[in-house]
Design a protein around this ligand. Structure first.
Ligand code: PBG
Length: 330
């Protein structure tokens, strides 16, 4: 009769032993809550494909931010849903644009007790739904688009953003935005670069939340990355770091944990990962059918993203996870 020599189970016997040897600890401080604010509504509007997520009015945004801060989550990232869209997406830099108004409201309510991050792109504001200026052949003009991003960065900074987060995947966007911020006297505003961002089918529910559909059934494969590639992400990240990014992001997260781990090994800046709308929605859809325990799977997903090397996780479950962490742990 032979017995195993190594007894790895000994340290799994009790909850306190397991806690003592846990390698990964998720904290409310690791979480960033994405919030949507919509112009021209007087009641919040639920997003059916993102259970628990709403398009906020300015008032309900403040209330949700209050609950988020109370749960110990340090930061929110804002997305605007404008009442009017145009070919350039001018709502993205209009001083009275919905995100600029929201930033001012959050800043006056919370001062420096909340990190206010603005997603920086034009797709929520363009009538064709692309992340930049569309040429007659349907492609997106990289350099002409950078000028729009510079305007949006200055407007968000002027409104009081702590961090701007360019998500459009134009080449050179971090350098262009850094220049615009510095020239505008906003040298303290940081850049969270969506450095490795894939052309993913997991953004579907997000596009419901921001009322975006891409003209002519188009896609973003001409500017977002191909899911078959990982080394390309390291090139993207290195470029953004060289251009002046203060933090870098991988997106989506769960289906790209190999990318998170590779980027973690390559850079020492804070690394964020975005647990995107489709990843969140799938958990809710399966839980609604009684097929999985939604709270447990959500906690497992986000813990796995941290274990893979992310310091920060953007997730629609941020407040709920922080509340769970504060009450009984995960
Ligand atoms: C672009 C942007 C998108 C998301 C964040 N910023 C959509 C896209 O690239 O099409 C997706 C986030 C999510 O799915 O949760 N402004």
């Amino acid at each position: 009769m032979s017995f195993p020599q190594r007894r790895l189970r000994r340290l799994r016997r009790t909850p306190s032993l397991r806690r003592m040897v846990a390698e990964t600890a998720l904290r409310p401080d690791d979480l960033i809550a994405p919030l949507f604010v919509r112009e021209g509504i007087d009641q919040p509007v639920a997003v059916p494909s993102l259970p628990g997520v709403e398009q906020h009015t300015l008032d309900s945004l403040l209330a949700e931010a209050e609950r988020t801060v109370a749960a110990g989550v340090p930061a929110v990232v804002l997305f605007g849903v404008p009442a009017h869209k145009d070919p350039e997406g001018s709502g993205a830099w209009d001083p009275e644009g919905i995100v600029q108004r929201a930033v001012r409201a959050l800043r006056s309510e919370f001062g420096d007790d909340l990190v206010v991050i603005c997603d920086l792109c034009v797709d929520e504001y363009t009538d064709h739904g692309h992340c930049g200026i569309v040429r007659s052949d349907g492609s997106v003009d990289n350099d002409a688009t950078l000028v729009l991003y510079q305007r949006a960065a200055a407007a968000q900074a002027e409104a009081g953003a702590d961090v701007v987060a360019p998500s459009g995947m134009m080449d050179g966007q971090v350098a262009a935005i850094r220049t615009a911020l510095d020239d505008g006297g906003f040298g303290d505003v940081a850049i969270l670069a969506y450095a490795a961002k894939y052309a993913s089918a997991l953004y579907g529910p997000f596009r419901d939340a921001v009322d975006v559909s891409i003209a002519g059934g188009g896609d973003r494969k001409g500017y977002q990355q191909d899911p078959r590639n990982v080394r390309e992400s390291l090139e993207e990240v290195r470029a953004d770091v060289a251009e002046g990014a203060d933090l870098v992001m991988v997106k989506p997260a769960l289906a790209y944990l190999d990318v998170v781990a590779a980027v973690r090994a390559a850079v020492d800046l804070p690394l964020a990962a975005y647990h995107v709308s489709g990843e969140y929605a799938m958990v809710h859809a399966a839980a609604e059918r009684g097929w999985i325990d939604g709270d447990a799977v959500m906690a497992e997903h986000v813990t796995a993203i941290k274990r893979a090397g992310a310091d920060l996780i953007l997730t629609y479950a941020a407040r709920q996870l922080a509340e769970q962490l504060n009450s009984n742990g995960l």
